[in-house]
Design a protein. Sequence first.
Length: 390
Amino acid sequence: MRDEFVDLVCWGTSAQVAAVMVGTAQCRATPVRWWRDAGGVKLSNGRAHAVSDPVVDWDGTVGRSLTMAERAEIQAGLRAGWSQHTIAARISRSQSVVSREIKRHRGPGGEYHATLAHTRAHQSRRRPKDTKLERNPALAARIETWMDDGWSPKLIADMLARERPDDHTGRVSHETIYRALYVQAGGGLRQDLARQLSTKRTARKARGSGVRGLKATYRDALRISERPAEVADRAVPGHWEGDLIKGAKGASQVGTLVERSTRFVILLHLPERATADVVARQMIAQMSLLPAHLRRSITWDRGSELAAYDHIQLNLQAPVYFADPHSPWQRGSNESTNRLLRHWLAKGSDLSGYSADELATIADKLNSRPRPTLDYRTPAQALNDLLNAA
């Protein structure tokens, strides 16, 4: 009965309905105890307490992850009293894999449930994950209060460690605080707190690292794999992709930004050398004209021109994600748009001669061009619909 209840909840049935199905609806404490002893995942408040993200493909695998069938074999072996060595041999896995699996997913009651282990593994793979401070608003509020009083992240981390030496959930390292301020826009702390630090820096300065160059610059940057799922399906507007269009011998350039859902284009006027400060200044000036709900994120490649990405994140309150090296298809909307822009910004030409007004005219022409992907509406019309709806 207990196993049946756990299985039903893991498959997406609400706990209330599952209790009725197994015949324990009259005693509410029993299914609650079963779920707790099994080490159950947190249930959502809606739908009478159901798993918020149940597994859809129970037969599918991710990389080298254990399958549901293998986890069922582990459950059966443990209940039959088999050794871990025997279980590992039966599923053709190493004993260390079985040992880690049992240790990771065995509940407080000592039982291992295959469906629950599969559900927990599925949820642990979700990206992006909430930061520790996002999961603990009370802790974030304490840190914000101390920083408003001039405390340094190191002092805050030390005091939290002294207060709770054995409670890791109630404390954070100073690195976690710095990451929330400089790397993870909206990572659980107010972004203006960076100005409360004694240095008053809006960007963190790396020190004494053996990693140099662009690799060091983007060491703490957000990767494209960390983008929310809503970016990929284009269902939510406000996610942008960007790059530089280069002129003859790479001596001149124009910055391009395209919104993924409407294909609306913004061109950045970069008549001087495209240093990180110049690109950041132009991007902040252009995108600040947009309402907040239309600048949710930016995706760029790992070029030196966006080395001031943390400054962009702080001013626009929008995270900047970086595509993997040598992977232009990960910014497909931007690559397609750049090909269209070559009608005006031809390869091998000198792009420094274009004025800001001329670039705005080119952008207007492209934004007024009907697009098959928009059911032959123009990007300008699509963006205007979003502004009117807001």
